[in-house]
Design a protein around this ligand. Structure first.
Ligand SMILES: [Zn+2]
Length: 411
């Protein structure tokens, strides 16, 4: 009996030795400059990666797997507000829906590739059911693309209220709609508390509706991203305990201070979405609310939102996250938001970088997985040619991308 036990034990320890001998060597990356995503900066550092995770970063000499000593290495960028499936059709016009599912997913695959190759390893799509098909297609076909979180659908003042004489949903109907979204696979809830900027941006969900929707989501442990432009709609959403305010084009000093006081995240979109619509006007005009009037409103909003952002940056303790609202024509140009925030909006370059990495990760409750170069986190890394602290436009020159330890792009 003892002999058998000894034999079994030695077999087990042999197996352990064998496993250790066969474990692949770690991946190492030499960074000329490292920005850790939490505000730290270091020179000449080697990052060690094992099993897709960062083991550590420190001074080291010798050979490395990837020599990025000419570049600045940062955590993979995060965009908390995109529409990966929005695209232009074969005729060059915006496709508002109603196309075969395969065509939409195919367009999404192309947009996902553009997005990740420009440094964005995680995005939040806010969102449509097709996002689930896209995520599945990327996984199954092992195609390059960012990690995708999706709201699967969008909820407004009428969601679940179709049978009511007014069409307006009751608080109970909205609570049911939130539960349905969770069942459908939503990672987060997207709400419309105000009209579009093209329609004036006034509050559309009542205070009571917002309390019901965000209250139910909080009970279920789901985050709420709330489209809100007018100060009234922002105030109502913040007071209802919603997680993040999107856009906020008409945000006043008062509601910016309220967001800061309540710890509500703020995702202003000042550098890409409006500019992109104006650049691609002919491709959108005449579809839905993309009217001449709508375009006039957006043109007027461009300098106004930059002014709003300048106030936001000066608001103490306001947690500004990084979302671009990337739509058709904007995919792959997500860093333009940072360029405008810094160049025109007065944000410090390091703050812009923290916003697009660890702060956005925290707003998605994923700070233990992504958003920083730190031990234990996923190896999502980006290298850019230049120093973005000296010149934020260096973020445009992405030369290397790694997602979860796998190389997506290299010099
Ligand atoms: Zn959007």
């Amino acid at each position: 009996m003892i002999r058998i036990l000894v034999a079994a034990l030695s077999l087990a320890s042999c197996a352990a030795v064998l496993v250790a001998a066969q474990a692949p060597p770690p991946i190492t990356i030499r960074a000329g400059r490292l920005l850790d995503g939490r505000g730290g900066a270091r020179q000449d550092v080697v990052i060690t990666i094992r099993d897709g995770k960062i083991v550590g970063a420190g001074p080291s000499s010798g050979a490395v797997t990837h020599d990025l000593s000419k570049y600045t290495v940062l955590p993979g960028f995060i965009d908390t507000h995109v529409h990966l499936l929005w695209h232009f059709g074969p005729d060059g016009r915006f496709v508002a829906g109603g196309e075969p599912r395969e065509d939409r997913v195919k367009a999404g695959i192309a947009n996902a590739r553009l997005t990740v190759e420009h440094g964005f390893t995680t995005v939040q799509s806010v969102g449509e059911a097709g996002d689930l098909d896209l995520r599945k297609a990327l996984d199954e076909q092992r195609l390059p693309g960012p990690r995708i979180l999706t709201s699967v659908r969008q909820i407004n003042e009428r969601t679940g209220g179709r049978g009511n004489p007014s069409g307006i949903a009751t608080p109970d109907q909205l609570r049911a709609a939130i539960r349905d979204a969770k069942t459908a696979g939503a990672d987060l809830i997207k709400l419309f508390a105000s009209a579009s900027i093209r329609d004036g941006g006034k509050q559309t969900m009542s205070d009571e509706q917002l309390q019901a929707a965000c209250g139910e989501a909080n009970t279920l442990g789901l985050r709420t991203l709330v489209h809100a432009h007018s100060p009234e709609s922002i105030r109502a959403a913040v007071n209802a305990g919603c997680t993040t305010i999107e856009h906020g084009n008409f945000a006043t000093a008062e509601v910016l201070t309220l967001m800061a006081a309540k710890g509500t995240y703020f995702d202003p979109n000042v550098g890409l979405v409006l500019q992109n619509y104006l650049e691609h006007k002919a491709q959108y005009l005449g579809i839905g609310n993309y009217t001449e009037e709508g375009f006039a409103a957006m043109e007027k909003a461009v300098p106004m939102v930059v002014e709003m952002f300048r106030r936001a940056v000066k608001t103490p303790n306001l947690k500004i996250v990084y979302g671009t609202d990337a739509v058709a024509g904007a995919h792959g140009r997500n860093v333009e938001e940072a360029v405008v925030r810094v160049r025109d909006g007065g944000q410090a370059p390091m703050d812009a970088i923290v916003s697009m990495t660890s702060r956005s990760a925290e707003s998605m409750r994923m700070q233990d997985r992504i958003g920083a170069i730190a031990a234990g986190l996923d190896a999502d890394l980006v290298a850019v040619d230049g120093d973005p602290i000296a010149d934020i436009t260096a973020l445009r020159k992405v030369v290397f991308v790694m997602k979860g330890g796998a190389v997506v792009k290299k010099p």
